[in-house]
Every structure is written in C-alpha cells, then in structure tokens.
Design a protein around this ligand. Structure first.
Ligand SMILES: Nc1ncnc2c1ncn2[C@@H]1O[C@H](COP(=O)(O)OP(=O)(O)OP(=O)(O)O)[C@@H](O)[C@H]1O
Ligand SMILES: [Mg+2]
Length: 356
C-alpha cells in the first residue's frame, strides 16, 4: 500500500484554474473522502493522482517517491468512475481481468485472481454475462472488482454510488468500507454527499474553488469548522447564520446583545446549528421568545422555522410528531459552547465564544 502526498499541486486548463495549490498527506491504508461542491476540482485532483492528467505544477509522491512522470499504468492505481466505464463487448470476467493484461500474469493465474476479486464484491455468479445484462448496482460491483484486481496501492473512487438508489447506496457504503479495511488499501473517495463522506472515510477533505478549506475527522469539521464555508457545507439542515457587530466583549445581532468570552471587533457572523437549539429549557442560556412560522416533520425529527430576535431561525426536535404548531411562541435557547463565531470579512472562525 502507499502513503500519498500532494505538494502545492495545481492544474490549469487554458487560463482557468481547476486546482489552485493543494497540500495534503494521506497515510498508508487511510480512507479519505474529498468533499465539495460541483466544479471545485475534486475529479481533477483524482485524475492527477491516477496519472491520467498531468499537473501544471507541484508534486505527487507515493511512499516518498515523486510519481509526476510515472504514467497511469505504472502507478498501480485502481479507479472507479461514476459512469463505471465497463467494456460492453466483454464478459464480466474479461472486464475484471482486463487490468492484468499488461502485467506478466499468465491467463490461468489472472483468471484465478479475477474470480477471487469477484467473490470479494459478490459477483461470482455473473461472470459470463455482459455489462448490458446487469443492473446498475451489479455494474458498479464489476467496476469495483476491476479496480481491485491488481491489488492496487491506491484505490480512487469518483462518485461511485451516485447512480444507485438510496437503499443500495447504503449497502454499498458499508461493503466498500469493509473491503477497504480487509485489503488495507489507501483509498480516496470523491463525493459531494456529506453523509457518504463522513460515514465512509476516516478523514474528510473539504474543497472549495480548487483549494482545501479544511481536512479533518468528521466531528472536527462539524464542531470546529475553520471557515464559514465548511460550517455551512457540513450539517443538514444547514447551520443558521446571523450577521452581527462585535465591540469588546459584546456581540449585537439584530438588537439582541450576547456576551463574548473574549474581546472581538467588527462584523461577525454567529452560527447556530438547528440541532443545538432547545425549547425545553435544557440548554443553559437565557431563552429568547421565537414564533413558529413553519413545521416540517422529517421522519424521526421535526424541523421548525421560527421568527426569533436574532432573525429567521431553524431548529430540530426529536420525535415523529410536532409538539408545536404554526403561530406558537416558544422559549428557544442554545448551549453557548455550541455557538460558532466567524469574522465576516475573512470568513475564518474566531476564538471568541458566546459566554455562558
Ligand atoms: N478536461 C477539461 N478541460 C477544461 N476544463 C476542465 C476539464 N476538466 C475539468 N475542467 C474544469 O475544471 C474545474 C474543476 O472540474 P472538476 O471536474 O475537477 O470538478 P468536480 O469537483 O469534480 O465537480 P463535480 O462535482 O461536478 O464532478 C471546472 O471548472 C471544470 O469546468
Ligand atoms: Mg467530478
């Protein structure tokens, strides 16, 4: 397996910058998810790792050795694309065996390895079929087997689950994670689905505009987002954001005054997660009166939209049935430690917190 390092990696297409200088280290055997909005450079980064795209500048290192000039075939990388890209005229077995044709592996041995890998992803009964005779989920498994058959040093997955229905996506998440653990293969998964990223990976890299906004464990990104972008990208429904003015130890948001643990100055954005707000008085801060404007049951929880002294606010309560109706006034409070504060101009989180 391999330890991967990206050093100030860039990719320009004509005048446009797709990847704007990425520094990232991926430990041997780690499962990393690259998460970010459409067009932020996820696939471009993956294609550079695979050796399909040449970087404009910067270095790619596998186990300490620079591989920029090593072509795709020489890197021992397995890749699964969103489109699966199977060969329609070949049987499943031949598709899975295909990557071994460049290796000095004789046919019998290649077939033995292909069958073993097919069993790993549970397609051993489909080997004589052609891709056109398979469901989307089965094709996805074939693509995965083809990526794994060489026992790659690095497995790259570009939105591999996005064409599957919700139930199958859930199954495949767990299966891919198990296979990755079993093989210990260093894996990079590209996705724009935060649940997929946080459930499958050990570490999540959030990209925006060709840069890495933050890399860390899911709970770091959620509890200690470095930037407003990460705070609003992670968490569903998204965090409530309110603009305010800080002056010394006081933050004023829409005429409501909140004490700060540290002095701050200027335009500040206050972030409150919908799930950190309480109407039952269990949060320790002084409650504010909020008027419920909309009630949306979401299965195991209910989402409320309310008019509060801070502005329009969303909050969640556990339970299938709503406890409050439209027009109700409720005392809403939050645990001060759960509130996040950002400098509005830079978008960066500041150390000051709401005082208890
Ligand atoms: N072959 C190419 N030629 C020119 N521009 C490209 C090429 N491939 C990607 N780009 C541009 O580079 C930027 C990053 O694209 P990329 O495919 O890496 O985004 P992404 O994060 O994978 O997005 P998505 O989630 O939509 O797949 C985009 O602005 C895109 O238009
Ligand atoms: Mg992409």
């Amino acid at each position: 397996m391999a330890r991967i390092e990206l050093k100030n990696l860039r990719k320009e297409w004509g005048g446009a910058t797709a990847v704007a200088g990425i520094d990232l280290a991926i430990e041997d055997g780690a499962f990393v998810a690259v998460l970010g909005p459409s067009g932020c450079g996820k696939s471009t980064t993956l294609m550079m790792l695979a050796g399909i795209y040449q970087p404009s500048s910067g270095d790619i290192m596998f186990d300490g050795a620079r591989v920029n000039d090593v072509e795709a075939r020489g890197r021992n990388v397995g890749i699964v694309f969103q489109s699966y890209a199977l060969y329609p005229n070949m049987t499943v077995l031949d598709n899975v065996m295909f990557p071994l044709r460049f290796k000095a592996v004789e046919r019998g041995e290649a077939e033995r390895r292909a069958r073993e890998t097919a069993a790993l992803v549970r397609i051993e009964t489909l080997l004589e079929r052609r891709p056109g005779q398979l469901s989307g989920g089965q094709q996805q498994r074939v693509a995965l087997a083809r990526a794994l058959v060489k026992r790659p040093h690095l497995l790259l997955l570009d939105e591999p689950l996005s064409n599957l229905d919700a139930g199958l996506r859930l199954t495949m998440r767990t299966e891919i994670r198990c296979i990755q653990r079993e093989l210990g293969v260093t894996t990079v998964l590209v996705t724009h689905d935060q649940i997929e990223a946080t459930t499958m990976a050990d570490r999540v890299v959030v990209m925006n505009g060709g840069r890495v906004e933050q890399a860390g464990a899911a709970e770091d990104l959620y509890e200690r987002p470095d930037t407003l972008f990460v705070a609003s990208f992670i968490g569903a429904p998204p965090i409530n954001l309110f603009e305010g003015q800080a002056e010394g130890h006081m933050l004023t948001v829409n005429q409501t005054q909140l004490a700060l643990t540290q002095a701050a100055r200027g335009a500040v954005v206050l972030g409150l997660r919908p799930e950190s707000l309480r109407v039952d008085g269990s949060a320790d801060a002084k409650p504010m009166l909020a008027r419920i404007a909309a009630v949306e049951p979401m299965g195991r929880e209910v989402m409320y939209t309310a008019d509060s002294p801070l502005g329009e606010i969303r909050f969640l309560e556990a339970g299938a049935l709503p406890c409050h109706g439209e027009g109700d006034n409720v005392p809403l409070s939050f645990t001060p430690a759960s509130a996040l504060l950002f400098d509005k101009a830079s978008g960066r989180r500041i150390d000051a917190r709401i005082a208890a």
